[in-house]
Design a protein around this ligand. Structure first.
Ligand code: APR
Length: 254
């Protein structure tokens, strides 16, 4: 990221009125959560995430898919928000209106203090049953690295429990989609953080914002499929760029 880029981005954020933040897995990378496409570390390297993160994959091997999510949930619950999450939460205190839309299922934006986060891919912290969608609010069995667990049965209908996340081929939650797309159409600027832009429909959000006249600022160590749509590309990790952007906005506001 360059000082000029930071300054331009700071002005766009300061002038945005309504700032939309759209984050992907890169947002949580510095919290120790692997991005989706490198989430297959160690034990799971031999499986294809696109196979595990599907209903068919779960029905074919509930034990393996439930255990993979139990492993990821354990990592999420032991993770802390990084300076990037904190900077986004603090941004909300200095711009007129800020709403976070995230593809992440880890809940770290909320842990950092962001309120009203729109989770378009659900949450790994929530569990529901496969056949009827009964929300499960009980205690889940503890998970230790390397073990395989059977998904517990739903206490209401007996069908196996599953993570309350959006699997490949599934519809996104209707209310989250309505809020996210409405926000993209109304915002003055969108801060696009840590997404490869390879998964639709979430990848469309910055394009909706741009078509509606918003400025798009991208934060990513590498160019993505969406960099072409950005007015400013702040190259670098979220945990460094976002605190620097926050400081630049505070300086400009003096
Ligand atoms: N800060 C910011 N961005 C980062 C960082 C970092 N420290 N480290 C990596 N990135 C970027 C990568 O360059 C990449 O562009 O984060 C992006 C991660 O891309 P993906 O792994 O594809 O994650 P994401 O775009 O969120 O995937 C979208 O696909 O697999 C599904 O449901 C899953 O929500 C996920 C969705």
């Amino acid at each position: 990221m360059t000082p000029e880029g930071l300054e331009r981005a700071a002005r766009m954020v300061a002038d945005s009125g309504l700032l939309a933040v759209s984050s992907g897995a890169g947002m949580s990378r510095e919290s120790g959560i692997p991005t989706f496409r490198d989430a297959m570390e160690g034990l799971w390297a031999r499986f294809d995430p696109q196979e595990l993160a599907t209903e068919a994959g779960f029905r074919a091997n509930p034990r393996r898919v439930w255990s993979w999510y139990a492993w990821r949930r354990e990592r999420v619950l032991n993770a802390c928000p990084n300076p990037g999450h904190v900077a986004v939460a603090q941004l909300a205190e200095i711009v007129p209106e800020l709403v976070v839309v995230t593809q992440n299922v880890d809940g770290l934006h909320a842990d950092a203090g962001s309120r009203g986060v729109v989770e378009v891919h659900g949450s790994i912290r929530r569990v529901r049953c496969l056949d009827r969608g009964h929300a499960f609010t009980g205690e889940l069995p503890p998970y230790t690295e390397g073990e395989e667990q059977d998904p517990p049965p739903c206490p209401v209908c007996g069908s196996p429990l599953r993570p309350d996340v959006v699997w490949f081929g599934e519809m996104l939650p209707v209310d989250a989609v309505q809020r996210a797309w409405s926000l993209a159409g109304r915002c003055g600027a969108m801060l696009l953080i840590g997404t490869s832009g390879t998964v639709w429909p979430a990848a469309e959000l910055p394009l909706v914002a741009r078509r509606s006249g918003a400025r798009v600022i991208e934060v990513n160590p590498h160019p993505s499929e969406l960099t072409h749509a950005a007015d400013v590309f702040l190259q670098g990790p979220a945990g460094e760029v976002l605190p620097a952007l926050l400081a630049a906005i505070r300086t400009a506001a003096r």
